[in-house]
Design a protein around this ligand. Structure first.
Ligand SMILES: NC(=O)c1ccc[n+]([C@@H]2O[C@H](COP(=O)([O-])OP(=O)(O)OC[C@H]3O[C@@H](n4cnc5c(N)ncnc54)[C@H](OP(=O)(O)O)[C@@H]3O)[C@@H](O)[C@H]2O)c1
Length: 335
């Protein structure tokens, strides 16, 4: 299949969720914008499902001013929201060899996935959908799972090692429980009562309801404490780490303490603190697809909204109480 290069093709329109300024969820609007035309090394995907992630909400609100250094100081440079996508290949550039028109794919595009069409580089974070997986489920996988994978990579999880996942019911948390379990570690999950059964079904060996019990006071010690929701701290759970244990957090913490502690604990003390950084790679996405096909990983979806209801979906994500992931759908899965 060749690239569509005619001028009238470049003028085709599509619906997309856009925001022209930073602010609350209400700055998001569904608009008609120019449809992307794939470059020779790109794949044009007709998006069937996408999502609203905590990263999307952070970039749109610019609640941490530092994010504006990457996204635009006064107003967003990239105006289409969203990063996760699942859909069908609509067209491919002339240099593309891995994908063909009609292939079912999923992946991540740093900006612009809340749209009817997205073009992604063939070498980007895009892979074939696991066999039999609906688009809606596939769109709920890449961000949380690849983030958890990247953050846990240096934790040396394996049989005989133990991990406590704090915030085990969130997007990153539900992924971390499944991945740690897959690696053979003993998993303790911390969440509220209503999510206990869910995280147990994902593979947690023990579950602690944080409203009933403070895990830092029960005398248990872990090789790794993974704060998957940025609500705990190295200092508060230090005693729950084994002497050579590691605390990994997803967020900077009060007064940006985590990067400072990460620096300090490189030289001082045996227990280490680390700030987890998301790194999205095609290799990790392919690995996930294999895990899903093997039945070792599944998508956790809290709610699905049609694309038109992106503001309501975003408001829900911003409660900080979603379970797993929130998906946006674009039409019905044609399968
Ligand atoms: N460093 C990076 O590169 C990076 C990348 C992406 C995201 N992040 C950060 O990672 C964090 C997690 O993202 P996410 O999408 O996984 O979160 P999320 O899905 O929004 O997390 C929601 C879950 O957190 C649980 N929760 C809320 N308050 C809690 C508390 N005080 N204690 C324990 N659990 C609590 C809730 O469950 P209950 O019902 O059990 O309370 C809910 O299920 C966010 O802060 C995000 O900014 C960092």
């Amino acid at each position: 299949m060749t690239v569509k290069t005619e001028r009238d093709e470049t003028r085709q329109r599509m619906r997309a969720v856009v925001y022209g300024r930073y602010g609350p969820p209400e700055v998001l609007r569904l608009e008609d914008v120019e449809r992307p035309v794939p470059n020779p090394d790109e794949v044009l995907v007709r998006v069937r499902a996408t999502s609203v992630t905590r990263t999307d909400t952070g970039l749109r609100s610019a609640e941490h001013f530092i994010s504006r250094f990457f996204t635009g100081l006064r107003r967003p440079k990239r105006t289409i929201a969203g990063m996760e996508l699942a859909g069908e290949v609509e067209a491919v550039g002339c240099d593309v060899t891995e994908f063909r028109v009609g292939d079912r794919v999923f992946g991540i595009k740093s900006f612009g996935a809340n749209a009817e069409f997205v073009s992604v580089r063939e070498s980007g974070v895009l892979a074939h959908l696991p066999a039999g997986m609906p688009f809606e489920e596939a769109a709920a996988v890449p961000d949380g799972a690849i983030t958890a994978m990247a953050m846990l990579r240096d934790a040396d999880l394996r049989k005989g090692r133990s991990i406590l996942v704090y915030g085990a019911s969130g997007s990153i948390g539900t992924a971390a429980v499944q991945l740690a379990r897959h690696l053979g570690a003993r998993v303790t999950a911390v969440c509220s009562a209503e999510n206990v059964e869910l995280v147990r079904s994902l593979g947690a060996d023990e579950v602690v309801d944080y409203l009933q019990e403070d895990f830092t006071k029960n005398g248990e010690r872990y090789d790794v404490v993974f704060d998957a929701v940025g609500k705990h701290s190295f200092l508060r759970c230090r005693a729950s780490l084994k002497p050579s244990g590691t605390y990994i957090g997803t967020d900077l913490g009060f007064l940006w303490q985590l990067p400072l502690l990460a620096l300090a604990t490189r030289w001082i003390g045996e227990r280490k603190a680390k700030l987890g950084i998301a790194r999205y790679t095609k290799k990790d996405l392919r690995f996930l697809a294999e895990l899903i096909e093997a039945g070792a990983y599944r998508a956790v979806i809290d709610r699905s909204y049609p694309l038109e209801d992106v503001v309501a979906a975003t408001q829900y994500v911003e409660t900080g109480q979603k379970t797993g992931n929130v998906v946006l759908t674009l039409g019905r899965d044609p399968r």
